[in-house]
Design a protein around this ligand. Structure first.
Ligand SMILES: Cc1cc2nc3c(=O)[nH]c(=O)nc-3n(C[C@H](O)[C@H](O)[C@H](O)COP(=O)(O)O)c2cc1C
Length: 192
């Protein structure tokens, strides 16, 4: 049962298309009594993985020597049942800070590459995607969704599904009643 949701939000446009989907999604969680926390990755200090592999031999925590805000994200995900990657699609993938976070976590959470093979610290948690893109959604977000399905399998996470909506350009209004219904339905589906 989903009691707590962590949303990693990664658009540089704070009130852009992706946020407009996230708002009704969060509202629906609130109505269902599910607590959620949104972390805006563009407001956080996030470096890419240095590939030092220090984390691989530290099995009781993140073990990453980089002193930045990914430690907050690591802890928040461990306290959540479901975490949501909310990102516009940039060059067929997520935006830069989210890529930094998913690289850091795929090592810091999965202790597979040390002297001995260790555990996945986030095994059994659920991952979902909320994204917006300019192409038809099947084309725009298929690479990112495919990668995250593989990421989940590798990590022992459960891939819960995705909500994706198309942006028809900066001169067209993005949000409408249909998209809001999709976002609310998606929230209810995620916490079933
Ligand atoms: C630098 C950049 C790269 C983009 N790359 C893609 C892409 O590869 N595929 C796609 O479908 N849309 C692409 N888009 C369009 C955005 O995904 C789309 O406009 C999205 O809805 C923006 O969301 P936001 O308002 O939350 O930032 C790109 C936009 C930008 C600014």
């Amino acid at each position: 049962m989903i009691k707590k949701v962590c949303i990693l939000f990664a658009s540089p446009r704070k009130n852009g298309n992706t946020k407009q989907l996230v708002i009704p999604f969060v509202d629906e969680l609130d109505k269902a009594g599910v607590s959620s926390r949104l972390l805006d990755l563009y407001d956080m200090k996030i470096e890419g993985c240095h590939a030092c592999r220090t984390c691989q031999n530290i099995w009781d925590g993140f073990g990453c020597p980089i002193d930045d805000d990914v430690h907050i994200i690591f802890n928040e995900i461990l306290e959540s049942d479901l975490f949501v990657l909310a990102t516009p699609i940039y060059s067929w993938f997520c935006t830069m800070p989210m890529k930094g976070v998913i690289d850091r976590l795929v090592y810091g959470m999965n202790k597979y590459f040390g002297d001995e093979r260790g555990p996945s610290l986030w095994k059994g948690k659920e991952l979902a995607i909320i994204s917006t893109c300019g192409y038809r959604v099947e084309i725009g977000m298929e690479n990112f969704a495919d990668a995250m399905k593989k990421y989940c399998k590798h990590s022992g996470l459960k891939y819960k599904g995705s909500l994706a909506e198309r942006d028809m350009g900066y001169n067209a209004r993005f949000m409408n009643e249909e998209k809001e219904i999709h976002a609310r339905d998606f929230a209810r589906e995620m916490i079933k």
